[in-house]
Design a protein around this ligand. Sequence first.
Ligand SMILES: Cc1cc2nc3c(=O)[nH]c(=O)nc-3n(C[C@H](O)[C@H](O)[C@H](O)COP(=O)(O)OP(=O)(O)OC[C@H]3O[C@@H](n4cnc5c(N)ncnc54)[C@H](O)[C@@H]3O)c2cc1C
Length: 324
Amino acid sequence: MSKVLVIADHDHGVLKKLTLNTVAFAGHYAEKTAGSFDIAVIGHGVAGVAQAVTSYGAAAVHLVDHPDLAHPLAGPWAKVIADLATAIGADVVCMSASSIGKDVLPRVAVRLQAGMASDVVEIVTTSEGLAFRRPMWAGNLMGDVIISSPTKVVSVRSAAFDAVALGAGSSPIVASSAHPDAAGARVHFVSFDGTASSRPDLAEASVVVSGGRGLKDRFNSVMEPLADILGAAIGASRAAVDDGYAPNDYQVGQTGKVVAPQLYFAVAISGAVQHLAGMKNSKVIVAINKNADEPIFKVADYGLVADAFVAVPELVSKIKLLRA
Ligand SMILES: Cc1cc2nc3c(=O)[nH]c(=O)nc-3n(C[C@H](O)[C@H](O)[C@H](O)COP(=O)(O)OP(=O)(O)OC[C@H]3O[C@@H](n4cnc5c(N)ncnc54)[C@H](O)[C@@H]3O)c2cc1C
């Protein structure tokens, strides 16, 4: 019987949907091992988040509330996660492969002397036991990783697991005594320079419209009206980011964000393997590119060979007309 500990993703007290994908992973693992899962909510003033995750099937929700945990600094978070995992006897600790998960989990693994699998997309049964399937070489290979240490740490690729639906039950909330080591802190929070946007979060949006280098300095004037009409988040290729046409946090791909929305637009993006690694699991892919030979058309469900500067404004005005 296993005990899985899910670390909730939240943004200063607002639950992130990614948590529900990680809970789906934990539910699958618990089911395959006749075990159960708990959820940990870490932060300060986050009782509302703990309350919000009580109806997803967890055996318990652990609330670790401390002023020194208000910001997700990897050091103090890793300490309380490792302490809590030890206290409850968790044999799997997991979190989404978000920027926070990527920062915190390796430190948790070190503290627990645990093996770790990153970006896990599936749990598979092999002749040697359960394995964690994860993409390697920018998604060109899938590897099945068997972790031999008694405790295992897993970062979960959210896009690969459908979010769990709200259930009827109510998990008990347990105040945890795990606490950060203030005296041993080597890093202190100074400030957070966030981007305020009315658009959906790129990692969670159901529609993403991404632009590439081909849009040049007209990136915003082409992509923003399309995003506005579709209620979409905006993404970009790395080349568009590197050339300064789009901000860094828009990047989709191997070294950017991994998304799997219902609808993904790739506008003036060639479809390099490193870009595909971040979006090829999208449900419907639309490509607009003036060169019919580009690899993006191999993964697209709908392809339009056209000049984006003409096609995108036309598409936007047609959608407006249809809606009027
Ligand atoms: C280690 C590593 C990691 C990487 N990580 C990432 C990553 O995370 N994400 C990522 O995206 N890339 C990544 N890359 C870079 C990747 O290899 C490509 O260079 C990049 O994706 C290309 O971006 P692009 O398609 O916008 O540009 P290009 O390849 O230059 O393509 C531009 C496209 O625009 C089209 N175009 C031009 N003008 C128009 C027009 N008017 N209308 C319509 N179409 C037009 C062209 O036909 C072309 O297809 C990585 C590379 C490496 C080596």
